[in-house]
Design a protein around this ligand. Structure first.
Ligand SMILES: Cc1cc2nc3c(=O)[nH]c(=O)nc-3n(C[C@H](O)[C@H](O)[C@H](O)COP(=O)(O)OP(=O)(O)OC[C@H]3O[C@@H](n4cnc5c(N)ncnc54)[C@H](O)[C@@H]3O)c2cc1C
Length: 492
């Protein structure tokens, strides 16, 4: 195996100087993602820094770098917008190269006639959205990290946006893509409206979290945009169960509002400070062509009427619109949050997102809240515990658990003392009830201890993919696929 010095020399033979970054502060920044944001900001990270960050311009360069790393058994971490939350960008190996899509930033084609656009992996969602809005189109994708997240990362994590109930998750949007495997092979999945040529191989790439291949190009669907027709609906409701029932009613009746959400009292208080009145909040947004918006709006009002015993009151729609207009986080918001944590020694807004069918979600929610309140040894440090359902489907929905706490321990111990025990309860209750422990943030490194439980007998298929595409295990060591050594060192 190469040492750091030899590795940098070898990289210089492959790339130009402006494509290799060995600045210490940037390497420290690259050694972990937002999972350990507090320890990182307090400069007490317990993981090694990568040896270099490299910035290829195109898929041929990615291929050369990967082939080299594969031959020399060097761990590789693909990186996009750097907004990962589950340790997918954290480094667990002494010799690691981060491959960043910074220079792969071209919008290749916007094809409004065929309703699709092709971008290099380093194009941010916001950049593409701005270009599309100029011609009356939208990506329909709007995760809260939209201003920062990039296409390679969005596809690689199976991300989902705030309007998913209408437009779907990224897996519903990807038409075709290009990716590079550790042996240097460049694979291009063509862009067609549908195919039945065997299993849908896009799904080997979507959600791989940089553990099987490096995504270099993505083609996604684009949609006509009708902001002038948007309608907003909001209600104060008696409990989470009522909110979930109304969401279900709208969905099973065949309607697709773009936003459909229910918040617990605690979570509502931090999102809707201007009207929550210490109650649960239910909100909807209808979007699209006028007639569809009208029909969807009527269906929302009928569903609320059906469960009117649990509805306390309807709120002014302009309050929901106002909330909607301030949804996304810029890089400045992300930085400010970390500064706030350091100043106050408190963690606000840690989340774990799971999914299950309609019947099961309220059970999981109630079991988790009970167990955290009664079993979590630091429950007295919690300043908020609640959640919301924000992405609904015909057969079920998600639950986004949110928890804030004051930190009374060494910064390097925060995650193991506070976050991990809560996350463990959430994952245990979800898997016990047959749900998925991971709705949209990816497994990263910190849910990898439960990957086998998540998939059960189907883990066989996942394991074989790893063996086939990454036999030397160079792609993002510790992410998705459990590695006992890393788990024992960095999690337990
Ligand atoms: C404030 C905030 C809000 C968020 N809101 C949402 C939300 O609403 N919905 C949601 O789904 N997520 C959300 N996230 C999580 C995160 O933004 C998403 O997971 C996003 O898809 C990550 O994209 P990125 O470009 O930042 O990827 P990165 O953080 O750079 O990487 C994420 C993972 O993808 C891999 N990866 C990156 N690029 C490539 C590539 N080219 N090829 C292969 N693998 C690659 C990395 O190795 C890593 O495992 C949020 C995060 C923050 C900080």
């Amino acid at each position: 195996m190469l040492n750091s010095e030899n590795l940098i020399t070898a990289l210089n033979n492959i790339l130009s100087p402006e494509q290799i970054n060995t600045k210490e502060s940037d390497l420290y920044e690259a050694s972990a993602d937002r999972y350990k944001k507090y320890a990182k900001a307090r400069k007490v990270l317990d993981v090694p820094s990568p040896v270099a960050i490299v910035y290829p311009y195109n898929s041929d360069e990615v291929s050369t770098i990967l082939e080299f790393c594969n031959e020399n058994q060097i761990n590789v971490i693909p990186r996009g917008g750097n907004t990962a939350t589950e340790g997918g960008l954290e480094n667990w190996k002494d010799i690691t190269v981060v491959i960043d899509t910074l220079y792969m930033n071209k919008i290749i084609k916007i094809d409004s006639y065929n309703s699709q656009a092709t971008v290099q992996a380093g194009v941010s969602l916001e950049e593409l959205e701005i270009e599309l809005r100029k011609i009356g189109y939208t990506t329909g994708h709007s995760p809260q990290s939209k201003p920062v997240a990039k296409y390679g990362g969005l596809v690689s994590t199976r991300s989902i946006g705030q309007f998913s109930t209408l437009y779907g998750g990224i897996e519903d949007m990807v038409v075709g893509l290009e990716c590079v495997f550790p042996d240097g092979h460049i694979a291009k999945i063509k862009n067609v409206s549908r195919r039945a040529g065997g299993p849908d191989i896009r799904h080997i790439v979507i959600g791989n979290e940089g553990t099987l291949c490096f995504i270099t190009e993505v083609t996604i669907k684009i949609f006509r945009y009708y902001p002038e027709n948007n309608k907003f609906y909001g209600y104060l409701v008696k409990d989470v169960d009522t909110g979930i029932k109304v969401l279900r009613e709208v969905m099973v009746n065949g309607f697709r509002p773009s936003v459909a959400r229910t918040y617990s009292e605690e979570d509502a208080a931090q999102h809707f400070y201007h009207f929550h009145e210490n109650k649960c909040v239910l909100i909807f947004m209808a979007e699209g062509p006028k007639k569809i918006v009208e029909a969807t709006g009527e269906a929302i009002e009928e569903a609320a009427e059906k469960y009117n015993e649990g509805i306390i009151k309807q709120v002014d729609s302009s309050l929901i619109e106002d909330w909607f207009n301030h949804l996304n986080w810029t890089q400045k918001d992300i930085d400010d949050e970390i500064e706030g944590m350091i100043e106050n020694n408190s963690h606000s807004g840690f989340t774990t997102e799971i999914s299950a069918d309609w019947e099961t979600i309220p059970l999981i929610y109630n079991n988790v809240i009970d167990r955290v309140r009664n079993e979590f040894p630091r429950a007295h440090d919690l300043t908020m515990l609640g959640g919301h359902s924000s992405h609904s489907y015909l057969n079920g929905t998600n639950m986004y658990f949110v928890y804030n706490y004051d930190i009374h321990c060494a910064p390097e111990d925060e995650m193991i003392i506070y976050h991990h025990p809560i996350q463990k309860i959430i994952v245990e209750e979800t898997l016990k009830a047959g749900g998925s422990m991971c709705h949209h943030h990816g497994i990263g490194k910190y849910r990898s201890e439960w990957t086998k439980d998540e998939h059960g007998t189907a883990y066989y298929m996942l394991e074989k993919l790893k063996e086939a595409f990454d036999p030397n295990g160079i792609m993002n060591y510790g992410t998705i696929f459990p590695q006992a050594e890393g788990i024992n060192k960095y999690i337990r």
